[in-house]
Design a protein around this ligand. Structure first.
Ligand code: ADP
Ligand code: ADP
Length: 220
């Protein structure tokens, strides 16, 4: 089953002078682990943002988990039910505790506060930080913050994780720990994992590497 189907997808900026994406064709199967590589400015983030429906294409077709994103009326609902995002900078809120940060995306769903806390606690344990539940992210190390960010990305049981340089601000030890966490989840829950990375050590652990160059796919 294809979880991502992209046909002839393009995105232009500056009245068409910048072709961020230029006729992308790409299919990704359910449960795949794909690494997206390419030079800075080649269109990697634009592509990931399209798959996550954070940005709209100018033309082409994009179907994610059965939703045609150009026709989908409720994109924010699609997003909260289907996609977990992890960014290079963790984007955690410093005034909330670790546990509360993990709970945040669940406010998009109609679930009870008991269920919220249950899910968040389970994930906090999963990422090995159950003893830091009440800590502000300010009190955590970079690696720990990113583990909280991964837990937050998972709290709505997404079918796809989109990670834009999730290890970009970590040393190699912590990078591998975050990747291992993502790989475990990918394997255990059959979550499709799509990661942008500049790190060859990360990319070589993926099932497939997609290279982007000047808004085009440079390999199969
Ligand atoms: P990458 O993630 O590979 O570094 P991006 O997808 O961020 O590349 O950017 C692709 C191209 O589109 C670049 O030339 C970038 O400057 C341009 N771009 C991205 N977002 C915008 C925007 N909001 N407005 C104008 N140009 C943009
Ligand atoms: P990356 O780390 O993927 O290379 P960038 O630094 O290219 O990210 O882009 C960071 C953000 O800035 C993105 O949201 C992108 O859409 C936006 N952006 C990139 N290039 C431009 C641009 N030329 N004009 C306006 N926004 C841009």
């Amino acid at each position: 089953v294809n979880v991502v189907e992209i046909e002839n997808l393009s995105k232009y900026y500056e009245n068409g002078n910048v072709k961020a994406l230029d006729g992308i064709n790409l299919t990704i199967e359910e449960g795949e682990f794909v690494a997206i590589m390419g030079p800075s400015g080649s269109g990697k983030s634009t592509l990931l943002n399209m798959i996550g429906s954070l940005d709209r294409s100018d033309n082409g077709k994009i179907v994610v988990d059965g939703h045609d994103l150009l026709l989908e009326k409720d994109l924010s609902n699609f997003r909260s039910e289907t996609i977990g995002f992890v960014f290079q900078l963790h984007n955690l809120l410093p005034m909330l505790s670790s546990l509360e940060n993990i709970e945040l995306p669940t406010y998009e769903l109609k679930i009870s506060s008991d269920e919220r806390e249950k899910r968040a606690s389970k994930l906090l344990k999963k990422v090995g930080l159950e003893d830091k539940a009440k800590f502000s992210p300010k009190k955590l190390s970079g690696g720990e913050r990113q583990r909280i960010a991964v837990a937050r990305a998972l709290v709505n049981n997404p079918s796809i994780i989109l990670a834009d340089e999730p290890t970009g601000s970590l040393d190699s030890d912590n990078s591998q720990k975050i990747l291992q966490l993502l790989k475990d989840l990918h394997k255990e829950e059959n979550i499709t994992l799509i990661i942008i990375t500049h790190d060859p050590n990360i990319a070589q652990q993926a099932g497939r590497i997609v290279n982007i160059l000047d808004g085009k796919i440079a390999n199969g």
